[in-house]
Design a protein around this ligand. Structure first.
Ligand code: FAD
Length: 400
């Protein structure tokens, strides 16, 4: 699968942080994690902390899948509003999903505090504004529901938005709990820590077959080596879809650009993450060196060639959409890229086991909250493996 165009910003900025060899011998381990993106790195980190022996393999280089392309908005707000999600999965599951995503932001903050060297992670407020006047009543109801459920939210009227953000919008929810991170570096630093603790990390090692037996599984790699493991974790990102017989997600295309550095320190209220109610939505935030990161303009297709041919045009559209809101901030595209993006019908990820695949757990952070979902997946999978009951596992199960 073609996960993204050649030059996403994070890859250009940090390059090949660490390289690992390909697997050149047979191995035996407690757990094998297939996929060295943010999901695999967080899961390997959690399992290593449980005292398990872990091996991580990737058919590409670590971090270079969707993780390298991620704009890394960390939000507890799932793409499906809580009110709508309640109608789809029930009130309890909808509320817990939002709560778990909020907890995941702070878990990730804690993980980042302990990672060496330090990685960019900042708690930021998150502003969701109504794209049109007609969106205000629904957004206001969403605000009331979230407030009632104990989320730290504030309703902003047009004059508040203008004062704090400098643009016009007919109403907005300002949430206290959000964050931004460098997911690519975090992935590398987590894997490097695992490696220092003696866990094997292998690049250019594709799992081509999984053979199950009573005690676990034998994985066959592209170089014809075998990995014997008690447990298999599949964290292959959107490429995990090949293991799943039912259609659980649609793959779309998404676009992003990062501006040239801007000689200005403060852009808007506490450098919030900003997004809107329209679907697909425009979103923007500030990144390192006072650059503005803008994303959105999604296409509902997976066609890498067509997707990549549109990057320039989409960057221009993103720039224009931003300038329409904030004409005084001079954004000029410096980097622009495109990526595949899988969405599920309820906006929730799939985490856990699939019938017919014993000893195997999936960590699939699909949807706009992919990274916070990966944090949740690492916790649920660690609990399962260590024999602890996780009361929230059902919410993200394949059988939901
Ligand atoms: C442009 C863009 C913007 C995004 N913005 C956000 C955002 O703002 N917030 C957010 O939370 N999420 C966002 N996402 C989603 C987020 O990036 C993903 O959810 C996340 O990176 C997925 O990580 P992963 O580790 O599951 O997958 P990946 O990073 O793709 O890693 C999976 C790895 O598995 C490997 N692999 C696959 N098959 C095999 C095999 N058979 N054998 C060995 N290895 C294999 C691949 O090579 C790959 O490296 C965005 C995504 C894109 C593309």
């Amino acid at each position: 699968m073609n996960l993204h165009s050649y030059d996403p910003y994070w890859l250009m900025k940090s390059g090949m942080v660490t390289t690992y060899p390909s697997l050149q011998q047979d191995l035996k381990t407690d757990v094998v994690v297939i996929g060295a993106g943010i999901s695999g790195a967080l899961t390997a980190d959690a399992l290593s902390k449980e005292g398990l022996e872990v091996v991580v393999v990737d058919r590409r280089h670590a971090g270079i899948g969707s993780t390298a392309a991620s704009t890394a908005f960390l939000q507890y707000e799932i793409d499906t509003p809580m009110r709508q999600l309640s109608g789809m999965v029930g009130e309890h599951h909808a509320l817990r999903s939002y709560e778990l995503c909020r907890e995941a932001i702070y878990k990730l903050q804690d993980i980042c505090k302990h990672v060496q060297p330090a990685v960019d992670f900042h708690i930021r407020p998150s502003l969701q504004y109504a794209s049109y006047k007609s969106h205000v009543p629904k957004l206001y109801k969403e605000y009331q529901l979230r407030r009632q459920q104990g989320f730290k939210v504030q309703w902003l009227e047009p004059e508040d938005i203008k004062r704090l953000y400098g643009f016009n919008a007919p109403g907005a929810i300002l949430s206290r709990d959000g964050a931004e991170a460098d997911a690519y570096l975090l992935t590398h630093y987590l894997l490097a820590a695992c490696n220092r603790h003696g866990h094997g990390i292998y690049n250019n090692t594709e799992v081509t077959d999984i053979r199950y037996h009573k005690q676990g599984a034998t994985l066959i790699t592209n170089n014809n080596f075998k990995i014997n493991a008690r447990i298999v974790v599949i964290s292959c990102g959107y490429e995990s879809l090949r293991y799943i017989p039912n259609k659980i997600a649609e793959v779309h295309s998404t676009y992003a650009m990062v501006s040239e550095p801007i000689a200005q320190q403060n852009f808007w209220h506490r450098n919030s993450l900003i997004w809107e109610t329209a679907n697909p939505y425009l979103y923007f935030r500030i990144t390192d060196k006072n650059r503005i990161l803008i994303g959105g303009k999604d296409d509902r297709f997976y066609n890498p060639r067509l997707r990549d041919s549109r990057i320039k045009q989409k960057a221009k559209l993103l720039q224009e959409a931003f300038n329409k809101k904030l004409p005084d901030i001079p954004v000029r595209p410096d980097f622009s890229w495109a990526g595949a993006f899988a969405v599920t019908k309820d906006g929730l990820p799939y985490i856990g086991r699939l019938p017919g695949m014993p000893h195997t757990y999936f960590a699939l952070g699909f949807g706009g909250n992919g990274i916070t979902f990966s944090v949740i997946a690492s916790q649920i999978i660690a609990d399962h493996i260590m024999g602890r009951k996780n009361p929230d596992a059902e919410i993200f199960s394949f059988g939901r």
